[in-house]
Design a protein around this ligand. Structure first.
Ligand code: FAD
Ligand code: NAP
Length: 474
């Protein structure tokens, strides 16, 4: 067995998922601070023809500054030893076993692609959507291109009090002029510009002091061009437990409370839409025959749980809110892929500091690691994934040093390309992505927008293929 990581025997690494966590892991490996002499070759796979994960498919179109983090990932992609293989899906085009044959290390970075369910009657009625679907649709994710959102109703209800709930509400409240300067998918722009919505109600199951959204996002709701923010003062009056816990409440939540107090003092200015914040209410049933007509909510009270955190408990008080649309925004969820170990309860890959564990023995599966949302669950901002990836890469470096990595039977970088040419002839290399990027940006320049997204696999692949001949796999 040869210790990999030298110029003669580079450490061969497969990263599955080209989102922030995958890119931070690639960056930490290709420029390793702990072991600067480490020579690594990173092949990154993504099921989409495009990289950046939720930075392209999740971050709201009106947040271009946040999206510019992709420049950091572009620098990683330019490092010696990096290759990108887009439109290659683990479990469809290549298997875990095949990756083990070709690489010393596999890093799973495939995020949390689905949503959590509320588990209530009526959840599957037309008009009841997961935030994951709406977000992917307005961001031009090719899997969601064909969804049809009927925005001819007056009221939409968004369940959940996280930043995604705020994104969904804001996207529903923005004006055509506010949207038209973004990189929102054209099909979504068409539907949102014709929206008849007048009211978007965001409903939290706990109180204002427990809301998970962050203050800049809350402040944006107060600055919308044609939507008033409405907060009833009684909704933000703290219950006795929240009041008592106030000293221990973190700074963000305290600032949120201040902002909400200011909102409660505002008089609506008669803007075309209203965004209303409601608290201490949980959905019980979504009511309707052919589609969503209303949502029944139950009033909650907060009680301390065994761990001291305040939990929502239903009271007998119920109300029915007429609405034609319901978006559940109660968290994303990882999905099991191929034979990769999966903890169904947590929706993550079982791991210890990033080392993937055998679910039967709890022992580390040599050479297999996880990063990002599939490692720790669907929470945390983009930057959280940097430290998270560092932890995993530190574990990898330790395993290199200790000689714990298995030897792949076929580490030749070219045989992977041959396999993909056979299995996934439409795979997109990095220059293919650059061609897509250039085409989208050129279309955007013509409209004074950052880019006009290509939103079907066919369009994306056609744009990539134009650059393909003789370009290799970089
Ligand atoms: C709606 C939304 C908005 C957000 N907005 C912000 C924000 O404004 N600011 C901020 O800091 N954070 C934001 N976040 C959080 C941030 O996006 C995440 O922390 C981050 O994207 C998680 O990175 P990841 O690499 O673990 O997963 P992801 O970004 O989801 O990347 C996973 C990648 O894996 C790929 N993949 C999945 N399955 C396979 C497979 N079988 N084979 C190959 N590839 C696969 C996917 O296509 C995807 O590209 C937002 C999150 C959401 C959901
Ligand atoms: N602009 C940004 O920086 C930005 C934008 C979008 C997302 N993100 C980040 O991405 C991550 C994911 O965001 P997220 O909004 O999906 O998740 P989140 O922050 O975990 O929020 C989930 C919300 O859903 C609620 N919830 C969970 N189960 C529920 C149920 N059964 N009924 C009613 N409510 C329920 C939670 O309430 P409880 O607290 O009571 O559990 C919480 O309010 C977060 O870390 C977020 O900060 C950041």
């Amino acid at each position: 067995m040869t210790t990999p990581g030298t110029a003669e025997h580079p450490l061969r690494v497969a990263i599955v998922g080209a989102g922030p966590s995958g890119f931070y892991a690639a960056g930490h490996l290709l420029k390793n601070k702990q072991m600067p002499e480490l020579v690594a070759q990173v092949d990154m796979f993504d099921r989409l023809p495009t990289p950046w994960g939720l930075v392209r498919g999740g971050v709201a179109p009106d947040h271009p500054k946040i999206k510019s983090v992709s420049r950091v990932y572009e620098k990683t992609a330019a490092l010696e030893g990096f290759r990108f293989f887009g439109n290659v899906e683990l479990g469809r085009d290549i298997s875990r076993e095949e990756l083990r044959e070709h690489y010393h290390v596999i890093i799973y970075a495939f995020g949390a692609e689905t949503d959590r369910k509320m588990g209530i009657d009526g959840e599957d009625l037309p008009g009841s959507w997961a935030a994951t679907e709406f977000v992917a649709w307005y961001n031009g994710h090719p899997d969601y291109r064909e969804l049809e959102f009927d925005l001819s109703h007056k009221r939409a209800v968004v369940i959940g009090n996280g930043n995604v709930a705020v994104d969904v509400a804001r996207m529903l409240a923005l004006t055509e002029a506010e949207l038209a300067v973004t990189d929102i998918a054209d099909h979504a722009l068409d539907v949102l510009r014709a929206s008849k919505l007048e009211e978007i109600v965001i409903v939290g199951r706990r109180g204002p002091a427990q809301a998970a959204f962050t203050t800049p996002e809350l402040l944006e709701l107060g600055e919308l061009a044609d939507a008033d923010i409405v907060v009833d003062p009684t909704e933000i009056a703290l219950d006795e437990h929240s009041e008592r816990a106030l000293d221990d409440t973190d700074a963000t939540r305290k600032r949120n409370l201040e902002v909400m107090k200011q909102y409660a003092e505002r008089t609506p200015t008669g803007k075309r839409k209203r965004v209303i914040l409601r608290f201490l209410s949980s959905p019980v049933t979504i009511v309707g025959e052919q589609g969503v007509e209303a949502i029944e909510l139950v009033r909650n009270e907060l009680r301390p749980g065994d761990d001291g955190s305040l939990r929502a408990h239903a009271t007998d008080e119920r109300e029915t809110l007429e609405a034609g649309l319901v978006f559940r925004s109660i968290g994303y969820r990882g999905i099991p892929i191929d034979s990769v170990p999966f903890d169904d309860r947590a929706g993550t890959i079982p791991n210890q500091s990033g080392r993937v564990l055998d679910p039967d023995t709890d022992a580390h599966l040599p050479g297999e690691y996880a990063v990002g949302w599939i490692k720790r669950g669907p929470t945390g901002v983009i930057g959280t994934n940097k430290k998270d990836a560092q932890e995993t890469v530190d574990a990898i470096v330790e395993d290199v040093r200790e000689g714990r990595l298995p030897d792949p039977t076929d580490p030749d970088p070219e045989t992977v390309v041959e396999l993909l040419n056979e299995r996934a002839p439409n795979h997109v290399d990095y220059s293919g992505w650059q061609a897509i990027d250039a085409a989208e940006q050129a279309a955007g320049t013509a409209q004074d927008r950052p880019r006009v997204k290509l939103t079907t696999f066919e369009e994306l692949i056609a744009a990539a293929v134009a650059s393909r001949d003789g370009a290799g796999s970089r």
